[in-house]
Design a protein around this ligand. Structure first.
Ligand code: ASP
Length: 404
């Protein structure tokens, strides 16, 4: 079977897994315990298998990525382009979210009466803490704890040391190249299980979050999903077409698998192995650029999360009867950009960081309780946009370097 056919049939199988998951979830709504106790473990095993490769993969692929850039100036150039793309697209994302939430009246005129809101707000780190926390005082601890931002910083500093070290350090690059290669092979094996994993992840989500939980917040869900889709149409598609002269059909066909894995796992880091494979093998992104941009993006570039935080902030303000001024909305753009950078690429992280955005403009953090019921449904969509954004960036940067 050719490679194209092989990945096509895997995509179909994943899609079948997804549809069966939805059907099984709907059938099990009356007894969600069955879904949680017996079907969810299939998804958890799949997720654990993916997690197993993440830390060695991120570290080794970043070292290889930096190593293959060959000099620090080139690394700097690509680094600046990547970060600029991440920041600009994230700002667009929040603006789209804010505009839609305002224009479409996200709360639907619903104002909270005196009902009790019970939500134990988890403490979100402050902006300064987030910035200070990215330098790992103990890199081994960062690796053991799987703290991705710290791991990335350590990997970049370490590989710059190797680059500057020259000839003597070359062997270290070769070793990490071998480790990265082994990880890619393991991922290839894990992906064969994706259809079962997707089924196992989807069924409990639908069984637990049946229509009862969804209906009252349908407006929020609709606006977050619409904003995400618009972000793809208004930002990613033109960036690919005009900045990278890329064939959109080819892009969306290949990006379907990582999109689906992101949608079902709700984890950018968890999807990273698949995005790396898709970018290099199917979209033509050179390995050094993919190995640098994608792990970085999976950790700091979260356009979907930014959209979600913008929409939810407006929703919470509206239901508490608080009018947000333009300057407060500008503050949301700033804090949501920082919050999305600080959000880890794991399920639910964006909701915790939403607290930081709410605090930034003086909104009641307890408001998170209102959207917590549909958290997973929102997380699935925002994660897929987070991942699409990373892949788009890797293509745009590769084109700008004439390496696509
Ligand atoms: N789950 C998202 C991700 O992994 C982060 C978030 O919760 O917004 O990209």
């Amino acid at each position: 079977m050719t490679k194209d056919k092989k990945s096509f049939s895997l995509t179909i199988k994943i899609l079948i897994g997804l549809v069966l998951g939805v059907v099984a979830g709907l059938l099990l709504q009356k007894s969600p315990d069955i879904a949680t106790n017996y079907i969810k473990p299939l998804g958890t095993i799949f997720l654990n298998l993916i997690k197993l490769v993440i830390v060695p993969l991120v570290f080794s692929s970043l070292v290889v990525g930096v190593g293959e850039m060959e000099d620090v100036t080139r690394l700097g150039k690509i680094g600046i382009k990547t970060i600029a793309f991440f920041l600009v697209t994230t700002c667009f994302a929040i603006i789209i979210g804010l505009v839609l939430a305002n224009v479409l009246n996200v709360s639907g005129g619903y104002i909270l009466s005196s009902e009790e809101i019970v939500y134990e707000a988890k403490e979100a780190p402050s902006v300064i803490d987030t910035l200070v926390g990215i330098i790992p005082a103990n890199p081994l601890k960062a690796l053991v704890n799987g703290d991705m931002l710290q791991i990335i910083v350590f990997a970049i500093i370490f590989s710059i040391g190797l680059l500057v070290g020259g000839e003597k350090c070359k062997i270290v690059f070769t070793i990490f190249d071998g480790i990265a290669e082994a990880m890619y092979k393991i991922i290839g094996g894990i992906m064969k299980l994706a259809p079962i994993g997707v089924f196992g992840l989807m069924t409990p989500v639908i069984a637990v979050n049946g229509p009862d939980v969804l209906l009252p917040l349908l407006r929020v869900i609709f606006i977050v999903y619409l904003a995400c889709i618009l972000h793809v149409i208004i930002v990613y598609a033109p960036a690919l077409k005009f900045l990278a002269k890329y064939d959109l059909k080819k892009f969306f066909k290949a990006a379907f698998t990582p999109w689906m894995v992101a949608f079902t796992t709700s984890s950018s880091s968890g999807t990273l192995p698949i995005s790396l494979e898709t970018a290099t093998d199917e979209l033509g992104v050179p390995k050094p650029i993919a190995s640098f941009v994608l792990p970085l993006g999976a950790t700091v570039n979260m356009d979907g999360t930014a959209i979600y935080q913008g929409v939810c902030a407006i929703f919470i303000a509206e239901v508490f009867g608080i009018d947000l001024s333009i300057s407060q909305q500008l503050t949301i753009i700033l804090t949501a950009t920082l919050a999305s950078i600080g959000t880890a690429g794991v399920p639910g992280a964006g909701m915790i960081m939403l607290a930081m955005v709410l605090q930034g403009v003086g909104l009641p953090v307890e408001g998170i309780a209102l959207v917590a019921g549909v958290e997973r449904i929102l997380d699935m969509m925002r994660t897929s946009i987070n991942v699409l954004g990373d892949i788009t960036c890797s293509i745009v940067v590769s084109h700008s370097e004439d390496e696509l």
